[in-house]
Design a protein around this ligand. Sequence first.
Ligand code: NAP
Length: 253
Amino acid sequence: MILDDFSLKGKVAVVTGANTGLGQGMCVALAQAGATVAGVARRECTETASLIQKDGGEFTEVLADLSKPESVDLILEKVLSVYGHVDILVNNAGIILREDAINVTAEDWNKVINLNLNMVFLMSQAFARQYIEQGTGGKIVNIASMTSFQGGIRIPAYTSSKSAVLGLTRALANEWASKGINVNAIAPGYMATNNTTQLRDDEKRAGEILERIPAGRWGTPQDVAGAVVFLCSKAADYVHGFTVAVDGGWLAR
Ligand code: NAP
């Protein structure tokens, strides 16, 4: 039956940036769909754990700083030592630094590109190797952005990283689809999380943004739940290299 294809029962999912925002929402969604969730974060995921455990779900916290490439192997080793296999990776952790392009420092540029792009590649590569070794295939979902399609304002490194995530998603899908690995992305619109605190605190910008969203509201972590469960499920086995916008219609205007 079709709804059975959306079940993630028996699957082990790793979500980065699991302590808050969209990452927390996706952890809860994947757990509700039946997955065992390992949440990667640089601080404790107490709230995420309790949201999952109160419904009887299984959650393990993996503390790691994703700005460091050596974290990749540590994360995979920890997850395998606890669960023995892995099936799903959601590359969600990301940072945004707002500054006029003319003033952006090389250090800030590199910080954003390193976490939002380089680490997405390294995590994806490590997990794909593991999926191949397991002989199971697997799912990778990258978190892109409206700036995968548009220029954005005062966020040149962020826009560059998220535009590249869209390209990387296609490139990896081309190489790994034949190995039973689905690589796709979700491009959230304007969501009410820490990522947009500065924007939402700016009354004028917040008003302009809201006025342009056809749905008439900012998104929430719950809004990405359906898309992530779908892309991580058997129901999406023939979906490769696509970036799904969950944006209240922003791109449709
Ligand atoms: P958020 O609340 O700022 O979440 C970002 C997550 O990444 C947090 O868990 C953060 O941990 C984690 N992170 C940052 N640096 C890290 C590091 N070095 N090591 C480990 N974890 C690190 O914002 P969000 O909106 O949920 O963002 C999640 C993803 O969605 C990001 O990739 C973002 O670019 C993308 N996105 C957001 C929006 C939006 O409107 N909110 C729109 C499009 C795309 P800390 O809490 O410790 O900082």
